[in-house]
Ligand binder design. Structure first.
Ligand SMILES: *Cc1c(COP(=O)(O)O)cnc(C)c1O
Length: 377
């Protein structure tokens, strides 16, 4: 990975101070609840190990990933903090969960049995996932009594947490949130009647953490907001600082006459004599083809439209109105230059998606630099 950064000048920079700032802000905001930082998908494209190290140094009680393999990777890089695997334990992952001390979120009796059988005479903690309206993973409440019967067969398995996931918290959908929270509380009551009071109770993602009143919980699972992206529509008042920027630089400039076309398919035609800059970034880097005809990049403190189809490794910007632009000049895809900023939200709007897909979509081919710099990753 490092070698790539010495050649092509396309890279993403992660501002670790911004992540630390966001973490501190969110920590104060959600107290007395604590934060479980969601660092799945390479910490939403920001680099799982550097982010995990920063949060471990800040004594965060929990990290969460989607996949067992993401948890293994963190352990292999020396991360000691408890790690929750949100996607559960599937297939033949049970031994790995034990070997790497990962805590699964369990949502079926079958998974519980497999975990219990793999655990044998050792003990193993797990969190129970309830489905209160997302209809994705999780036990429905009517399945809870049967599940609890099965837990009695495995006294070495310890229920240390219970969670659910909100479907519409980002939309400030108060009715849906309340419905889900009420079902969750009902689940807690069922557990309590069975003599179970799990240490960790968690419902909210980033959006829920900033809006949903969850008195019965003591942990929130925060991903997006930690990286400085506001989770709410309309946005919250929380002064989060976006941590990620993404830059490249001009490798070629040409003048073309009016009537010439640019890129595959030729669906952009110069209406005037034009200056076209070629940028070494394309859809294989995560600069989506669906941005074509909409996106702009920052060059010379001005906005230059991306013209023509975005290629696998390259794309073209119209710099006719930026006369001083030269080969080697910086082009900002995401982030700030001079007085201008392109946010992940703006990119997401152009690509008809959400900011999560923008940052997680920046591919392995784009080296991540850190500020302040870190030695290894
Ligand atoms: C990804 C995920 C989160 C984090 O959501 P954000 O909106 O990024 O805060 C929380 N909980 C679960 C179950 C998730 O899958």
């Amino acid at each position: 990975m490092d070698i790539l950064s010495f050649h092509r000048k396309t890279n993403a920079t992660v501002d670790l101070d911004a992540v630390a700032h966001n973490f501190e802000l969110l920590r104060q905001q959600v107290a007395p609840a604590q934060i479980c930082a969601v660092i799945k998908a390479n910490a939403y494209g920001h680099g799982d190990v550097p982010i995990a190290r920063l949060l471990e140094a800040a004594e965060i009680p929990w990290l969460a990933v989607a996949l067992v393999e993401e948890g293994i990777r963190l352990r292999q890089h020396g991360i000691k903090t408890p790690i929750l695997v949100l996607g559960g334990a599937l297939g033949n992952h049970y031994d790995a969960l034990i070997e790497y001390d990962l805590t699964p979120s369990i949502f079926s009796q079958e998974h519980l049995r497999e975990l219990g059988n793999a655990t044998g005479s050792q003990t193993k903690a797990f969190h129970l996932k309830l489905d209160t309206g997302m209809s994705r993973l999780g036990l429905r409440l009517h399945e809870l009594p049967g599940f609890l019967d099965t837990t009695r067969e495995y006294p070495n398995l310890h229920l240390t947490g219970v969670l659910t996931h909100l479907a519409n918290a980002d939309l400030r959908d108060t009715a849906q949130n309340s419905k889900q929270v009420a079902l969750f509380n009902q689940g807690l009551l069922t557990l309590e009647k069975a003599g179970l009071t799990p240490r960790w109770r968690h419902v909210s993602n980033s959006a829920g953490s900033l809006t949903v009143d969850t008195d019965h919980t003591n942990l929130v699972r925060i991903g997006l907001a930690l990286y400085g992206l506001d989770p709410l529509t309309p946005p919250s008042e929380t002064p989060l600082r976006p941590a990620l920027s993404w830059k490249t630089s001009i490798i070629h400039i040409k003048s073309i006459p009016a009537g010439d076309r640019v890129s595959y398919g030729g669906n952009w035609e110069a209406q005037r004599p034009s200056l076209i800059a070629t940028l070494p970034v394309g859809y294989a880097d995560g600069y989506s083809r669906s941005l074509a005809g909409k996106a702009e990049v920052l060059i010379g403190d001005a906005r230059a439209p991306i013209v023509g189809n975005i290629c696998m490794d390259l794309c073209m910007a119209d710099i006719t109105d930026i006369p001083g632009a030269e080969i080697g000049d910086e082009a900002v895809l995401l982030g700030s230059q001079g007085h201008q900023t392109i946010s992940a939200y703006e990119l997401a709007r152009w690509a008809d998606t959400i900011p999560y897909e923008i940052t997680t979509g920046i591919s392995y081919r784009v080296p991540r630099d850190y500020s302040p710099a870190i030695k290894e990753r």
